[in-house]
Design a protein. Structure first.
Length: 123
């Protein structure tokens, strides 16, 4: 049996153009996949964000600012910050509002909240 028969079919089954297309496909598929792996854009991953400053302002129940942009303290490595507010005997009882702000790469984030201060009762 010859490689090409009278009708120009390869081994009597495929014509020469179809065989060339199959060989080309067999070469181009792995080359295309390799090019994709080599040149694909890498997905960025955020490893950590460390704010340059975290501050807090506290307002008493009347609205007076009693703490102004005080620095907060980092608690361990969890990214949790805290501020210890020490009330006095003359501190007003009621709802205190606070405003925290942090700066990361020249972008500022803000968070507002409140807490209640009540008089301690004797047990």
């Amino acid at each position: 049996m010859t490689m090409l028969d009278a009708k120009a079919r390869l081994f009597g089954r495929l014509n020469l153009i179809d065989a060339a297309a199959l060989v080309l496909d067999a070469i181009l598929v792995p080359v295309s996949y390799a090019a994709y792996l080599l040149f694909r854009p890498v997905t960025p991953a955020l490893v950590s964000v460390t704010p340059s400053t975290i501050t807090i302002s506290i307002f008493d129940p009347v609205g007076n600012q009693i703490v102004s942009e005080a620095s907060m303290t980092l608690s361990g490595t969890t990214g949790t910050y805290y501020y210890e507010y020490q009330s006095t005997v003359t501190s007003l009882v009621g709802i205190y509002n606070y405003r925290c702000s942090g700066v990361v790469s020249s972008k500022t984030g803000r968070k507002k909240g409140s807490f209640e201060l009540s008089k301690e009762t004797d047990v």
